[in-house]
Write a protein that binds this ligand. Structure first.
Ligand code: ATR
Length: 270
């Protein structure tokens, strides 16, 4: 029987993951079936168990189920435990569910593809929700000289930074505490969805700085437009999506697909 995989979300119809994994499967010769499944908001654990009982070997998990997926796992990777969220479920041959998160590694790999050097960089991260918590560990492990987490609700950024202080030089605060210059500014808020821009000073960017929005779309986000006008190199989160998918595929199938061609196909499809 063909091994089944899926992405769980609600809503999930817009998800690019089936297209990405179909491309990975074709490229690596793996015989898998990957679909998008809209899980009911109040019954995620049973939806996963039913899927596993019907030949499901693993799944990606997206909004709003990443924390619930974290709670149902029999085993968690250290990076998932730190993130408090799971975006990849793996069903072991022993029937146990293992949880991992590949978002952070996806971000760091995409930054590397764009030539962003994290070692020694002054980094500003905007936002202090689940999306940001999910990427801080690999970001800090890459060795920036400092990370400032700035958020509309300052106390959330302070608490989040405190959870990662053992990994490097990280502080949290409100937007009013932001003082540049930064070599890299990552937007992990959902403000782009509302077409809004966090209130930031104009002189944020160092020379040759990068701005990265964890969101993506057919058009640049308001954050990326503003960053371009401010002289930074602006990059959206499409590559992060493909890289996190590749890491999930590796966990499931033991093969690392090439991401470049898939990224290009996806970009053309937007
Ligand atoms: P996610 O899982 O995408 O991280 P979340 O946990 O709800 O979602 O976090 C959303 C983040 O975007 C938060 O940091 C939020 O700021 P608050 O903690 O102050 O709520 C931020 N955010 C959402 N809309 C925003 C806006 N219009 N301007 C600035 N920040 C915004």
């Amino acid at each position: 029987m063909t091994d089944r995989y899926c992405v769980f979300g609600n809503p999930v119809a817009h998800s690019k993951s089936p297209m990405i994994h179909a491309a990975f499967a074709e490229q690596t010769g793996e015989d898998i079936d990957y679909t998008a499944i809209e899980a009911p908001l109040d019954d995620f654990a049973n939806t996963w168990r039913a899927f596993a009982a019907q030949g499901g070997r693993g799944a990606n998990v997206t909004v709003p189920f990443k924390e619930e997926a974290f709670r149902l796992c029999d085993e968690l990777s250290p990076r998932a435990r730190r993130a408090g969220a799971v975006n990849t479920l793996v069903l072991g041959d022993d029937g146990r569910t293992r949880g991992d998160t590949t978002d952070g590694v996806g971000l760091v790999r995409d930054l590397a593809h764009h030539g962003v050097r994290l070692g020694g960089a002054r980094v500003l991260v905007l936002g202090a929700g689940g999306a940001v918590r999910g990427v801080l560990e690999p970001l800090l492990v890459a060795g920036p000289s400092s990370v400032l987490v700035a958020n509309r609700t300052a106390a959330k950024a302070e608490a989040l930074a405190a959870d990662f202080r053992d990994l490097g030089e990280i502080r949290g605060g409100g937007f009013d505490a932001v003082e540049g210059p930064f070599d890299l500014v990552i937007n992990g808020t959902s403000a782009s969805l509302a077409g809004e821009l966090p209130p930031l000073p104009d002189d944020l960017f160092a020379e040759d700085a990068f701005a990265y929005d964890m969101m993506y779309g057919a058009e640049p986000t308001v954050f990326l437009r503003w960053a371009t006008e401010s002289g930074a190199m602006a990059v959206d989160g499409l590559g992060m999506l493909v890289e996190q998918a590749a890491e999930s595929f590796l966990l499931w199938r033991g093969k690392s697909p090439a991401t470049g061609p898939v990224r290009e196909t996806l970009r053309r499809s937007l």
